[in-house]
Design a protein around this ligand. Structure first.
Ligand code: DAK
Length: 258
């Protein structure tokens, strides 16, 4: 059994999950990723958790997949074992919101892990990049797919083809992150955003996440139809009645998450 590389705590209805490998650069080893998936899946089934903040160490969110392990790989074993794909793919099946709180390096798989999250909040010292080209490989966990969707083709090409990093302010200007805050306020701000989300009705939170993600998977008319169906279905929730009654009665809504 491998040592604990994930630290998890609860802040009300927000789970704070820290990547905490022995190496503060948090190389994303198989063992670390397996532990991360276990914690995220546990949060998925915990009705008290409405959102998760994922963060790293003082030095790095994560400096990428484990280069030591990758240096020994050959095609046959990478393919047969579905090298690290099996755990990484499960992150995008999370239905509850994931907020990446990125301080320091988010490189390679670290940048890709942040992009798998729904909201990315960066500290002013954050450094994002896809340096895989310098190792003689192609980004393998969405760098060539999610980065252009976030920042556009030209900036994504520049980042992936040169391997050169983006600063926090560049990431903000290009739309890779939602906001940049002072390093010492990073966790506080990410949890504040998590709490702002978490106080709402859980099925509505999940439906909105599904609908926004659908925008990246479908044509506009398919996406609009999907949204319309979810909108109509929303009238079956007790929380719709409560939300609207609370508005009309000028009081705080008390959502039941159903
Ligand atoms: N893996 C393993 N060890 C790493 C590492 C990594 N990604 N990054 C750093 N280290 C180790 C260093 O080897 C060094 O080890 P010791 O010499 O102390 O034993 C220690 O951490 C400290 O590193 P440095 O001495 O280099 O520290 P500095 O502060 O000088 O520099 C740095 C920090 C982050 C700029 C530098 O360490 C660096 O450039 N690291 C490599 C960044 C990188 O190239 N990342 C991309 C890796 S490729 C997939 C999923 C994911 C992926 C692929 C497929 N599927 C789902 C299929 C992802 C691929 C990648 O991420």
């Amino acid at each position: 059994m491998s040592a604990a590389m994930i630290r998890s705590e609860r802040c009300g209805q927000v789970a704070l999950v820290r990547l905490a490998s022995d190496n503060p650069l948090n190389p994303l080893t198989d063992a670390l990723m397996d532990q991360l998936i276990d914690v995220l899946l546990r949060n998925e089934t915990d009705p008290q958790v409405h959102a998760t903040v994922l963060t790293g160490s003082d030095k790095a969110f994560a400096a990428g997949a484990d280069i030591v392990a990758m240096s020994k790989l050959d095609y046959a074993s990478a393919f047969s074992d579905d090298y690290i794909g099996r755990s990484w793919d499960r992150i995008r099946t999370a239905r509850k919101p994931l907020i990446a709180a990125v301080g320091g390096y988010a490189l390679g798989g670290g940048c890709e892990l942040a992009m798998m999250c729904d909201i990315v909040i960066a500290a002013d010292d954050a450094v994002f990049g896809q340096p895989e080209i310098k190792l003689g490989i192609v980004p393998g966990a969405g760098g060539t797919q999610r980065l252009p969707r976030a920042v556009g083709k030209s900036t994504a090409m520049l980042a992936c083809l040169t391997g050169e990093p983006l600063s926090a302010s560049e990431a903000l200007a290009y739309g890779l992150v939602s906001k940049v805050v002072a390093r010492k306020r990073l966790i506080e701000e990410a949890i504040r955003v998590g709490e702002q989300i978490a106080r709402h009705s859980l099925p509505v939170i999940v439906a909105i996440k599904e609908a926004v993600n659908r925008a990246f998977e479908s044509s506009l008319s398919e996406g609009l139809l999907f949204e319309r169906r979810l909108f109509h279905a929303g009238f079956s929730f007790a929380d719709q009645k409560e939300g609207m009654a609370a508005f009309l009665e000028r009081r705080q809504a008390a959502f039941q998450n159903r």
